[in-house]
Unconditional design. Structure first.
Lengths: 439, 304
């Protein structure tokens, strides 16, 4: 009986200690990459002992897809070349939430979001790191220079620009359409052969922002007004109504294509219940999937001219440095990492991932090897003058109503009038103003 | 006595530690944040009184519009899904209980199995089934000549809600069914035998014996179903992404957006607490109605 009592007390104590230990491990660690670091260190005792002597720099990014391995090649290559510094890279699905909550020394941020992180004091001005790394803004294409230049300073190192790109099915398309008229002509031809095959498909969700922003860029629509997006303009209403016409007037795209419909319809084969599109205006991240479907029959081209000026909309990866990094040794290590990364020899790893680096010297090598880098070689032309989202405070929040509601109505409501649209755009503008006021 | 109290404290201490660490403290911290201007990036910028709550109810505020959209969508889902989650679960329980003994456990397992699947897998299956462009259901309906052209299941209403309710039913109805089966097993078989002798048919037995006998289980099932439906997130987030045009964006999704996309922890917490109040109001209403019925029954019983 006594033994049972002692046993129960031991078990209870073990549970209590277990809970406390759990709490302790949860609350420990200054940065969000600490667990990853622990894992890496556990993998190799040798590396652990070596790493202890090095200046460790945490690097947080969201490259959880196929591109993650290529970034890892770069950081691993740097670590192998170093006896002073070590990059502790962590690839996470929602890395920016982790960065906001726990921080890291370096973080990958979309160009359109740099302003927000700068305004919130989460990233630092990096001119001195450029200098220490022997780099300057001139090493990058103009569009990238614009992206990282904010408030008279430089706030990140541009990695790539990933523009809206055109994939086409060579079995259905003899030559990539370069204009809206050519798209319309292609559609007429395809529809005459099979009513379930369209020239293209406009998505209801997913890339909706890329569609209206691409056409807004081609039409020269400016959004920023006193730090917030102003959507309630005739030029933007006309831009949006163009997509409505593409579906309901010119019928170049079917309606109700839903989430990622531009790509899912491109990857399918038409039958009685399935529509197929011959062309997909989509993100370069679908390249591998498209290649799996079409192989040698996959064509890649710049987006066609649908508006007034040939340009496209793009996202961009940039590496920013946390405002909390002030230690000289760490800053020197970061500079050393950029010095290593921004050489064609190392940065071409990123092109192997299908990305288009914006480092001029690397870009030249990509252009010279279109067979090795088919997608980046096409996008090399597009990134030069690609446009990104307005650099205003919390641009994602400012665009949310457009992305989630207005564009959905554009592509699904045949009877939507311009007046209805203007009312919605005024509402979106008011929301954008309220989001901007939170700065 | 003192020794026994000490031992009792020792035994419930682990629970209390967990309760305070994972429930009470986060809850109280949430209440605290709902009165402050807090964001993930700028941190705590001070006490703002009821400002965050005012933002939820001031018509011109974007947060009020978000809250209203989420609340309307969630209430619609609760109103449609909860009755179905109860009625279908009860029907399945009655069917399974009516099967021969050796088949009972087989069908009980089949119907319950879906509950063990993750929401990600359930959503993937339903996305494939109800894809508007070449999905399985559209193929089936067109080939059976039941429809002439494909239905935009995920791109238009009311189809998107139909898919979400169907996915929820398929996923969770097995759990409610198990609770009803346990309830049915608690009912005294002699009551059914006596009713049969008196010539009662299936419907009369259901009305006068089964349903009253399942009252407590039904109260529990409806309460947990209401709470679960208010918390619906995974299916809408993975199948429709809140679309078309935010019509399936639930309150939990709205709260997530306010905290992560609009970067406002203060308003997000105020929204979560307001949602808690709504759920509690539903629970109290239901408890009140059930209590009333119980009292009526007791009065009726005394009178007989």
């Amino acid at each position: 009986m006594k033994a049972r009592r002692v046993l129960s007390m031991i078990l209870t104590a073990a549970i209590v200690m277990g809970v406390c230990a759990g709490c302790g491990s949860n609350s420990g660690g200054e940065t969000g990459v600490q667990p990853k670091q622990d894992e890496q260190e556990a993998e190799s005792t040798k590396e652990e002992s070596q790493g202890a002597d090095k200046v460790q720099i945490t690097f947080l990014n969201g490259f959880t897809g196929g591109d993650g391995d290529y970034m890892r090649k770069i950081t691993d290559g740097f670590n192998a070349s170093q006896d002073q510094y070590e990059i502790l890279e962590s690839q996470e699905k929602d890395h920016l939430t982790n960065y906001k909550a726990n921080g890291a020394d370096m973080v990958v941020i979309q160009g359109s979001e740099l302003y927000t992180y700068m305004a919130d004091g989460m990233i630092r001005e990096v001119s001195s790191i450029y200098e220490a790394a022997g780099l300057s803004l001139d090493n990058y294409v103009d569009a990238a220079q614009d992206i990282v230049s904010l408030d008279g300073g430089i706030y990140a190192f541009p990695l790539d620009i990933h523009p809206l790109t055109m994939f086409y099915n060579k079995e259905l398309v003899a030559e990539a359409p370069a204009t809206y008229e050519e798209l319309a002509a292609l559609n007429t031809k395809l529809q005459s052969e099979n009513k379930d095959v369209y020239a293209m498909a406009v998505p209801g969700a997913g890339l909706s922002e890329w569609y209206y922003m691409m056409l807004a860029a081609q039409n020269g629509v400016e959004f920023e007004k006193d730090g917030a997006c102003n959507f309630a303009t005739d030029a933007f209403a006309d831009t949006l109504m163009k997509w409505h016409d593409v579906i309901f007037v010119d019928k170049i795209s079917p309606a109700n294509m839903g989430l990622d419909g531009e790509f899912t319809s491109f990857a399918k084969t038409a039958d009685d219940v399935t529509v197929q599109s011959a062309v997909a205006l989509t993100g370069p991240w679908f390249y591998t999937a498209a290649l799996d479907v079409y192989g040698d029959n996959l064509g890649i081209a710049p987006v066609p001219l649908i508006g007034k000026e040939q340009t496209t909309y793009a996202g961009s990866h940039n590496i920013a440095v946390s405002s909390s990094v002030t230690e000289e040794a760490k800053l020197a290590g970061i500079a050393e990492f950029f010095r290593y990364m921004y050489t064609p020899e190392n940065l071409l790893n990123w092109a192997d991932a299908g990305q288009t680096p914006v480092h001029k010297e690397t870009l030249e090598q990509i252009k010279a090897n279109p067979e090795k880098y088919p997608l980046p070689a096409v996008n090399a032309e597009q990134v030069v003058n690609a446009k990104i989202a307005p650099q205003v405070y919390n641009v994602g929040g400012q665009l949310a109503y457009l992305n989630e509601t207005i564009f959905g109505r554009i592509v699904s409501e045949e009877n939507l009038t311009r007046e209805d649209l203007m009312k919605e755009l005024e509402k979106a503008t008011e929301i954008a103003r309220q989001v901007a006021d939170e700065e | 006595m003192k020794k026994r109290t000490g031992k009792a404290i020792l035994f419930f201490t682990p629970f209390m530690i967990c309760f305070f660490t994972f429930w009470a403290l986060p809850f109280l911290y949430g209440v605290y944040m709902s009165f402050r201007k807090v964001s993930l990036t700028k941190g705590d910028r001070g006490f703002v009184g009821l400002e965050n709550y005012r933002a939820l109810f001031e018509q011109s505020s974007m947060y009020a519009q978000d809250f209203l959209t989420g609340l309307k969508n969630t209430l619609l889902f609760v109103a449609v899904s909860v009755p179905l989650l109860i009625v279908i679960a009860l029907a399945l329980a009655l069917i399974v209980e009516a099967l021969p003994a050796r088949l009972k456990s087989v069908y009980r397992t089949i119907f319950f199995m879906s509950y063990a699947i993750s929401v990600t897998a359930v959503s993937s299956v339903f996305l494939w089934l109800f894809n508007g462009n070449g999905g399985y259901i559209n193929n089936l309906l067109v080939q059976a000549h039941l429809i002439q052209k494909p239905v935009p299941w995920l791109e238009a209403q009311p189809f998107a809600w139909i898919v979400l309710v169907a996915a929820t039913l398929w996923w969770t109805v097995g759990y409610n069914m198990m609770l009803f089966i346990n309830g049915l097993n608690e009912i005294d078989g002699a009551l059914y035998e006596a009713a049969s002798v008196d010539g009662a048919g299936f419907l009369k037995k259901l009305w006068y014996i089964t349903l009253p006998g399942l009252r407590n289980v039904t109260v529990y099932v409806s309460l947990t179903s209401i709470i679960a439906s208010f918390n619906m997130y995974g299916q809408a987030n993975l199948i429709t992404k809140g679309g078309p045009t935010q019509s399936t964006k639930t309150l939990i999704m709205v709260i997530q957006d306010v905290i992560l996309k609009k970067n406002n922890l203060g308003v997000g917490n105020a929204m979560a607490l307001a949602m808690g109040v709504v759920v509690m109001a539903f629970a109290l209403c239901q408890q009140h109605l059930t209590k009333e019925k119980k009292e009526l029954k007791e009065v009726g019983g005394n009178g007989r």
